[in-house]
Every structure is written in structure tokens, then in C-alpha cells.
Design a binder for this molecule. Structure first.
Ligand code: SF4
Ligand code: FES
Length: 193
């Protein structure tokens, strides 16, 4: 800052007009207006311990461009129906726990934006081919035990335990051969398709 309090050249703040007719203010109000859309979120509810049949409960939920289906479900859970059973953890398509059927297709709820579904009604159901725990949460035990039996991972003949080796080096060529098999997050969506 210079002695007279002015900012050095190139660091001047843009002039902001307080007038409601100012274009910056107009842009802001348009942004707010476009963020006030709502969808109807239909959530499949069924508790095998006490319900006779599955039922869809519909909720009106506000959303913005970046709102995911999981955000919308958690909004309903916080503000309208605390009893909804849903599993999630990372909220960034990494842990594989939020798979469900969204408008008829298996998808990760935390990785599916409502604005990309192009529908005013979003229907969420538990994944197919898995035992239902409650509402949107299914049991993964069978998939995990099958995975364990199949052993789809690399097992060295000379293990760290028997050889005492602390580090196993991998060449870029080796990694290239099996990197694709390490990308599975075990979400179960392929089993549900
Ligand atoms: S292979 Fe199946 S379980 Fe693994 S990430 Fe893909 S959809 Fe999910
Ligand atoms: S919450 Fe982890 S993958 Fe969706």
C-alpha cells in the first residue's frame, strides 16, 4: 500500500455499485433465483422387520446445480423423515457404500448430480440382487465373502512374512499389467445391473 493509503498499481479493488440496477447485483439475484428449483424425491421405504410391502414416499427437495442425489436424501433425512435407512461414508465416489438404483439405473448417489438427471422426479431404490436391510441399505456380506474366495488380488509366493523383506519394488511395466484390477471400489453396482 502506498503512503496515501492507495493500493499499488494492479492491485486496485473493482468499483462496486450499491445500485440494484448494477449488472453485478443483477447477476447475483439471477444466480439466487436459479438455485431455488425443487424436485420430487421418491424414496423406497421398506423395513423387512415390520412392513408388509415396499412403499414409495415422496418429498419435495430444493436443489442446486451441484446437489447430488445423496445430498437430497440426507436433506430429507435431516428435515423431513429421520427414519430413512441409507448407507454412505466418503461422499466422493471412493468408499463404494452409496450404490442404489436411481431412476431405474444403478449409480453411486454421491456421484450423481440431480441437475444431470434431467427429470423433475427422482426415484431411489435399493440395489437389486442384494439382501435388503432397510429402505436403501442392502447387505454386502455375500459379495465380500465371494470376493474373498475369488482372491482377485496379487499374492506373491515369497511373502513379506517368510522372506523378511520390508519392501517389494514394482516396475512401471508391472503396474501397467494389473492397475486396472485395483480400481474397483466394491460398490456392487455391477452385481445390481
Ligand atoms: S467393478 Fe463393480 S463393484 Fe467394482 S467399482 Fe465397478 S461397479 Fe463397483
Ligand atoms: S459415499 Fe462413498 S462412494 Fe458414495
Amino acid at each position: 500500500m502506498t503512503k496515501d493509503g492507495a493500493l499499488p498499481k494492479g492491485f486496485e479493488r473493482p468499483t462496486v455499485s450499491a445500485s440494484p440496477n448494477d449488472s453485478g447485483v443483477q447477476e447475483k439475484s439471477e444466480e439466487v433465483k436459479s438455485s431455488s428449483k425443487t424436485i420430487t424425491l421418491r424414496i423406497s421405504k421398506f423395513n423387512p422387520e415390520k412392513d408388509q410391502r415396499k412403499a414409495f414416499h415422496a418429498f419435495t427437495v430444493p436443489y442446486q446445480r451441484w446437489t447430488t442425489v445423496l445430498d437430497a436424501i440426507l436433506d430429507v433425512k435431516s428435515n423431513q423423515d429421520h427414519s430413512i435407512g441409507v448407507r454412505y461414508s466418503c461422499r466422493q465416489a471412493t468408499c463404494g457404500s452409496c450404490g442404489m438404483i436411481i431412476n431405474g439405473k444403478p449409480k453411486l448417489a454421491c456421484f450423481t448430480k440431480i441437475s444431470e438427471l434431467d427429470s423433475d422426479v427422482v426415484t431411489v431404490e435399493p440395489m437389486n440382487n442384494f439382501p435388503l436391510i432397510r429402505d436403501l441399505a442392502v447387505g454386502f456380506e455375500r459379495m465380500f465373502s465371494t470376493h474373498k474366495r475369488m482372491k482377485p488380488y496379487i499374492i506373491r509366493e515369497d511373502s513379506e512374512i517368510s522372506s523378511g523383506t520390508k519392501e517389494f519394488l514394482q516396475t512401471p511395466e508391472d503396474v501397467e499389467k494389473y492397475i486396472q484390477f485395483s480400481s474397483c471400489i466394491k460398490c456392487g453396482l455391477c452385481n445390481s445391473a
